[in-house]
Design a binder for this molecule. Sequence first.
Ligand code: SAH
Length: 358
Amino acid sequence: MENEERAAGDTTEKRTDIKALDYNRLQEYISGLGVKAFRGKQLYQWMHEKLAEDFDQMTNLPESFRKKLKDTCTLTVLRPVDIRTSTLDGTQKYLFELEDGNVIESVLMKYRHGNSVCISSQVGCRMGCRFCASTIGGLTRNLLPSEMLEQVYRIQKLSGERVSNLVVMGTGEPLDNYDALLQFIRMLSDEHGLNISQRNITVSTCGIVPNIRRLAEEDLQITLALSLHASNQEKRKKLMPIANKYELGEVLDACRYYFEKTGRRLTFEYSLVGGVNDTNEDAAELKHLINGINCHVNLIPVNPVKERDYVQPDRSVVMAFKNKLEKSGINVTIRREMGRDINGACGQLRRSYILEKE
Ligand code: SAH
């Protein structure tokens, strides 16, 4: 499937995307070229540990080997076209250009406990959530595993900061690009690469039920975040078209299954939209809905998107919602708004870039 997708918009389909080969597959590839195995180890280290941008930087590889690689492979590297740094909290937003000219965005957030990167999983998105800027232009294409890795690699290289946490919460629906996502997670947490602990990786989904169940069986230790955003099926359908496909009950069953299989506590994301899902009754209904699930609720005061007329509830309403949940013993946090001065919210920097170009 991956190859077919590449062929659709890519003139280099005959070449091997070498950064997308995991450690074992790279070893096989190298032996197929008739090159000694230790060269494979060196090559992997250059790409996934030293984060090289060019075969010519790989100075301990013989020139003949580098030439062979240049002739038969592509080395996926993202080009930064805009980097913005928030003067409020140091958050950095990166706009990267892909080889086919598409642009994606990624974010670096600095916390006391470490640095967290938020990556995109697709160019655009086809899920259509009403409040989200990333979905406005629809889906252009899936990202390759190498393009997901590169977002982390380039940010670590350009910022000079070690990345310790990763969230797949940028543009796109990660479970709509399942195979590439899995390859990416396995490689990012591989001991031969950046070796980021799976416990520090969170994947956020709008709730594609079969793929939540599949993910539960992959023997991974990542955190699953479910975008809930409403406390009943009717309201959820109004905000999220995906709810027409999967009933809320089915989605929560899949979440319970995820916990059963992995032992990982779930995160429920709930974007608070003024006058839509922020009342006392909503909080009470939410409490019943998730009762008994080992979870944590992350409240996100909705980020107003120019094309939509949703508004943030007043701070007092947000606090009341939080208190109501907490009183019933639910662990709740309010997402800190990072990088407000640099188009921090989902898909907004990319959107403004595309609009400027039009
Ligand atoms: N497709 C994935 C990842 C999306 S982005 C998913 O649906 O989970 C991560 C989170 O930000 C999701 O919960 C998403 O619903 C939320 N989000 C998107 N746009 C938002 C906005 N304008 N305000 C608040 N939250 C938003």
